[in-house]
Design a protein around this ligand. Structure first.
Ligand SMILES: Nc1ncnc2c1ncn2[C@@H]1O[C@H](COP(=O)(O)OP(=O)(O)OP(=O)(O)O)[C@@H](O)[C@H]1O
Ligand SMILES: [Mg+2]
Length: 216
């Protein structure tokens, strides 16, 4: 099967892409929000994240992305490090308290492990500084594989984006346990597109039904 990428229109995803377009339009206007894409394995969540990246880049936003990895799931703040490494130079612009806390969390400094609330405050300050010139979209895939410390802090950050030119789009298989608290986030259920026989709640083994629907 031909792989879909940002240059191909995704089949049957008009409602989801409309929702992403609306969120990115608001982000471009300075009002970030956090969206959670949830759906069954293989239904097309990562493909929609790629679409979000393409839309955000087209709207002039910067994009930082990270994905949970089973190999880094036991390393504290591994995903946070992956997400933020393009802007760590901006740490110099934060207060010593916030910069110090984030440096310790990310393994760039010595000291007692900082409280999650302090780390979340430091991340928000860093994101605000980074987004001064251009809006910023954070894209986080495979939430259940996030290390626990990153999941906790990024969940806190997701609920505090109001009024910032920083948005977040994250993806997770429906029902998979995660330390990322999705409470309070806007959820987009990614089901099987009607073009592939889907209607209503998503079904299992969707990649297979998509492939057979396309005649492959
Ligand atoms: N709308 C679509 N039409 C046709 N094929 C699609 C569509 N969306 C995704 N695909 C294809 O289906 C396959 C699975 O998509 P994708 O990786 O985005 O799913 P996923 O939900 O992220 O899967 P996982 O749960 O394993 O992370 C990919 O080959 C992708 O190119
Ligand atoms: Mg995926």
């Amino acid at each position: 099967m031909e792989r879909f990428d940002a240059h191909h229109a995704l089949i049957g995803r008009e409602p989801e892409i409309h929702r992403l377009t609306t969120a990115i339009g608001r982000l471009a206007g300075g009002a970030g929000e956090a969206l959670l894409l949830t759906g069954e394995p293989g239904v097309g969540k990562t493909s929609l994240l790629e679409q979000a990246i393409s839309l955000a880049s087209g709207a002039g936003a910067r994009v930082f992305r990270a994905a949970g990895s089973q190999f880094e799931a036991d390393i504290s703040y591994a995903t946070l490090h992956q997400l933020l490494h393009p802007c760590l130079g901006e740490l110099l612009r934060l207060s010593p308290l916030l910069a110090g806390a984030l440096n310790v969390a990310l393994g760039r400094g010595d000291g007692a492990p900082p409280e999650p609330l302090l780390v979340a405050g430091a991340v928000l300050a860093l994101l605000r500084t980074t987004a001064e010139e251009r809006p910023l979209l954070l894209v986080i895939d495979d939430l259940p594989w996030l290390d626990r410390a990153s999941a906790l802090v990024l969940g806190m950050v997701a609920r505090r984006l109001n009024g910032l030119p920083v948005g977040m789009v994250a993806a997770c298989r429906t029902g998979e346990p995660s330390s990322f608290d999705v409470g309070g986030l806007a959820v987009v259920y990614v089901g099987v597109p009607p073009e592939y026989g889907g209607n209503g709640p998503p079904e299992a083994d969707l990649t297979e039904s998509m492939l057979s629907g396309l005649g492959h």
